[in-house]
Design a protein around this ligand. Structure first.
Ligand SMILES: N[C@@H](CCC(=O)N[C@@H](CS)C(=O)NCC(=O)O)C(=O)O
Length: 227
């Protein structure tokens, strides 16, 4: 029982599922990723996870645990080695801070741009404000990054798992919205984005997501419109 792969209700393009997937790769945990029963937000899936969103995982006692950050913290407790929240209490606080900045600020700026891969048009007039909010959020990440090849030093941590999917979407969503990716305009963040993409687990994650996102963007083709 304890050795069976954990079931992950997921989907390749979700940045929150990507956090859990990358966490699993970096820890060497096998996760059995499947689509949520009935699909996201359906009554069937809500009987397992009342929130209806992905990711969620099925714990060994049968409880379905949602929320990417809670899932990663559980996996950290369940499989402590290698630690992805390592170090002193102060170092661990910095890792959690970067995760919180990613969730509370970066994702807030990025979220409206997901219209690019949904069946709703992206309103380019309102995108000016969303872009400004995203740039401000990225400046917070830049301020809190710890020197090194990774977000919190020289090895992969939960902070990278939270940030990488959001930076990937920033790069992918800005050009079709009429903006250059702002990541390179921040010195620490730009250097970090260059070095973290050399990490083998990140290479694996992005190589799985990029072809699917490219195809989805091509299908949605030009759904960004003025007012
Ligand atoms: N706070 C949640 C957010 C999860 C979330 O919003 N997932 C999206 C997919 S990226 C979802 O399931 N959305 C349902 C929908 O779009 O109908 C987490 O960290 O797991």
């Amino acid at each position: 029982m304890g050795d069976d792969p954990i079931t992950l209700y997921g989907g390749v393009l979700s940045p929150y599922v990507a956090r859990v997937r990358l966490f699993g790769y970096a820890k060497g945990i096998e996760l059995n990723e499947v689509a949520p029963p009935g699909g996201m937000m359906t009554e069937e899936y809500k009987t397992h996870n009342p929130i209806g969103r992905i990711p969620s995982i099925v714990l060994y006692d049968g409880f379905v645990l949602p929320e990417s950050q809670a899932i990663c913290e559980y996996l950290e407790d369940r499989y402590p080695e290698p630690s992805l929240i390592p170090g002193t209490p102060e170092e661990r606080a910095r890792i959690r801070l970067l995760c919180q900045v990613a969730d509370a600020y970066v994702m807030k700026g990025l979220m409206p741009f997901f219209a690019l891969i949904r069946s709703i048009p992206l309103d380019l007039d309102r995108a000016v404000g969303w872009h400004a909010r995203l740039v401000e959020a990225l400046s917070h990440v830049d301020a809190f990054l710890v020197p090194g090849s990774h977000a919190a030093g020289d090895r992969i941590t939960l902070a990278d798992c939270a940030l990488v999917p959001m930076l990937f979407y920033t790069d992918m969503f800005m050009p079709p919205s009429g903006y250059e990716s702002p990541i390179g305009t921040f010195s620490r963040l730009g250097a970090y984005w260059g070095s973290i993409q050399q990490d083998p687990h990140v290479i694996r994650l992005l190589s799985e997501m990029k072809p699917v996102l490219d195809a989805t963007l091509a299908d949605a083709g030009g759904n960004a419109k003025h007012g």
